[in-house]
Design a protein around this ligand. Sequence first.
Ligand SMILES: [Zn+2]
Ligand SMILES: [Zn+2]
Length: 236
Amino acid sequence: MPIRILRNICLGAADLTYPIHCVVCRRSWHSVVCAQCLDKITHIVPPVCARCGLPTDRHICGTCRTRKFHFEKARSSAVFEGALREAIHALKYRNLKAVADPLIEVMNKAYPFYNYRNSIDMIIPIPVHWSRIVERGFNQSELLARGIARHLSIRLETAMLYKAFKTPHQADLPFEQRLTNVAGSFAVRNAHKLQGKRALLIDDVMTTGATLDEAARALLEAGASSVVAYTLSRSL
Ligand SMILES: [Zn+2]
Ligand SMILES: [Zn+2]
C-alpha cells in the first residue's frame, strides 16, 4: 500500500480517537466539528444569481450574462472559507470520513431556501475517478449526496454518472485551465434510467462551475430532461 495512503489512514485514526477533537480548531468536543467552528460558517442566503447562485443584487450575475451553463440553476449552502474550508480539506485530504456528517447537516439546514424536493427525480453525486476512490476510500460528494437523498427521500444514483478518465485536481489549476480540464471526462451508463428525468447534482465545492457544467452536459446528452445542482460550498 502506498505510504501516502497509509499515512492518511493513520492520521484519520489518530484524529478520531476518544476524546474526539474538532478537525478545525482541535478543541476536545463530542463531534468532529465543534459548535463554535460550525457557527463561523458563512451561509449563503438570497439575494443570489437566479442561475448560478452567486450572491449578488442583480437577478443574473455578470458571469451568467455571458456564459450559458448546462445546469438550469446551481445553489450552494455556504462560502468556501475559514472553518468550512478546513473541514472540507479534512474530509478530502486527511481521509476523515466522519466529517461528512456535520457537513451534511450544513447542507440540510440550507434547504428552506433551496427546496428542490418537488422538482427532481434523482440525486447524482459528482463522481471521482476510481483511482481516487482507491486512494481515499470514498467519494466525498457521494457521502454528501447520500445524506441529502436520505433527508429528501429521493432516489440516489451513484453508478450512473462516472469519470471516464482521470483529470488533475481542479483546485490545482488556474482559472482558464479549470474550464477545459474536465471537458469530456464524464460518461453515463444505464442511460435508459435517465430518460426524461430531472437530476440534482451534488458536489462539495463550486468554484468556476466547470465541473458541474460538464457533468450536467453529459446527463442532458444522455437523456435527462433537466439538471440542477447543489453544493456544500461556493468559492467566492
Ligand atoms: Zn472547532
Ligand atoms: Zn450567475
